[in-house]
Ligand binder design. Sequence first.
Ligand code: C2E
Ligand code: MG
Ligand code: MG
Ligand code: MG
Length: 287
Amino acid sequence: AAKTDGRNRARTFTRSMLIVLEQREMLRRSLRTALEEDQFFIEYQPLVSPSRAVVGFEALLRWRHPLIGIIPPSVFIPMAEADGLMSEIGQWLLEQVCRTAMTWPPHFTVAVNLSPAEFLHAGLTDRVARVLDLVGIRAERLELEITESVLLERTTNNLDTLNTLNVLGVQISLDDFGTYYSSLSYLKNFPFDTIKIDQYFIKDLEHDKKGQTIVRSIIALAHGLGMHVTAEGVETEGQMNWLRKEGCDRLQGYFLGFPLPAEAIGDFLRNASTAPADFPGLGADRN
Ligand code: C2E
Ligand code: MG
Ligand code: MG
Ligand code: MG
């Protein structure tokens, strides 16, 4: 079968595929320029409590390419990882994000995603400590999101890194929960503060009994382990109401707010509830 596959692949390697490859190569080469010429920017998506008070934002990276326009992180982050540039980009982002968060109400948290290369980078914990110090933001306000894919390798080092971050006082979230291996041993061994349920489980929630059972179980599991739960990809009022009824701690999704450029957050907050008492978790209680 492998042989046939190989032959088919050779035969069907078309001009359009070549163009796609050339475009990817062109993009990959412009990544370094992007960093030097400030083509990256950050959007912030609100995280809300069950009563819809804003409690923080997740930082999401975008690339405004001068010719192509806006390129999503799913396209360029794997390239930056492969080129060894992601750690440098992430360092720039972390400082930007912490500075922006300092302009928000002081109980708001800010979440930053860490790709595998960033998490595995030997200098990560020092870098986080340095940025917290430099910017003067309380550690509890910073939430670092990692996915399980990161934890597949180098287990003892991973545990050291997570423990060091935990000692620094930053929050650690397990992102996209349910889409990778969902090995429960991670939950037993690693010090997460929050589990983020992947949007895949939220999509059909209102009509899918099995999905409901899974989400309900994840909430119970997280709470039983003393962790918070955030639901991603909440797009309807029905989903919001269901999650609220089931005791989900935080909600995120287009129904509650789109990712916004930093400059738009002031206006967004003027029309939103931001009561600090609303979400007695993550940072808020320590204010
Ligand atoms: P993620 O961390 O799971 O981020 C959530 C993604 O879901 C974001 O896509 C967000 O725009 C999208 N989203 C939010 N609400 C909804 C909704 O209601 N419906 C739907 N369909 N989608 C929703 P985005 O910004 O394209 O980011 C994709 C992924 O790229 C992120 O997934 C994260 O893994 C990665 N990423 C984004 N920014 C960064 C970054 O600064 N550093 C690193 N290392 N990774 C990043
Ligand atoms: Mg995330
Ligand atoms: Mg902690
Ligand atoms: Mg996610």
